[in-house]
Design a protein around this ligand. Structure first.
Ligand code: HEM
Length: 147
């Protein structure tokens, strides 16, 4: 499987394509929630842990908000818009100092999850979703490395 992390100059925002709904069709909502759960559990032991809510209940709520968004962007039920309003992802990430290396940590935490998943999910479905995360996560970068 080819999970490449794209590196860009600060300020670049390559065009994003919405991920294909087939991953959601294949895994169902529960499958998407499991992926996000594993990602957030990996965040707990990472150097970007400090950005996320400290309080357990709030951390679990953050996990749910992220899964709601991914289900929606994969063409599923608009859970996120129903509970949070317009996605405005860039604006919602503005309060956090997301450097290129923080984005890289965030993104790379998905790699082992997707590698495990490739036992049961066709690789192209995973790669399409990876490509979306790889590119859209660049949009969340809002802080230069040395600031
Ligand atoms: C594909 C890229 C990304 C997507 C789709 C995404 C999605 C989301 C969503 C849906 C939320 C909840 C927002 C809300 O309900 O207000 C969120 C929160 C957050 N994200 Fe991201 N995110 C992405 C990349 C990143 C990156 C690269 C970082 C940092 C390295 C990051 C850090 C955070 C933090 C700290 C929060 C606040 C936690 C909370 O919800 O309380 N995100 N993200």
């Amino acid at each position: 499987m080819n999970l490449v992390v794209t590196e860009v100059e600060f300020g670049e925002r390559p065009p994003v394509t919405k991920p294909h709904p087939d991953l959601l069709k294949f895994l169902g909502e529960d499958g998407i929630r499991k992926i996000v759960d594993e990602h957030y559990e990996a965040i707990r032991d990472s150097e970007i842990r400090f950005m996320f809510p400290m309080e357990e209940e709030e951390f679990e709520a953050a996990k749910k908000r992220a899964a709601d968004f991914f289900i929606q962007i994969l063409g599923g039920h608009p859970h996120f818009s129903e509970t949070r309003g317009a996605p405005r992802m860039v604006g919602r990430h503005a309060p956090f100092r997301i450097t290129p290396s923080a984005r890289k940590v965030w993104l790379e935490l998905y790699i082992p999850i997707f590698e495990r998943l490739s036992d049961k999910v066709p690789e192209p479905l995973i790669e399409i979703f990876w490509n979306y995360l790889n590119i859209f996560s660049i949009w969340m970068i809002n802080t230069k490395e040395d600031q």
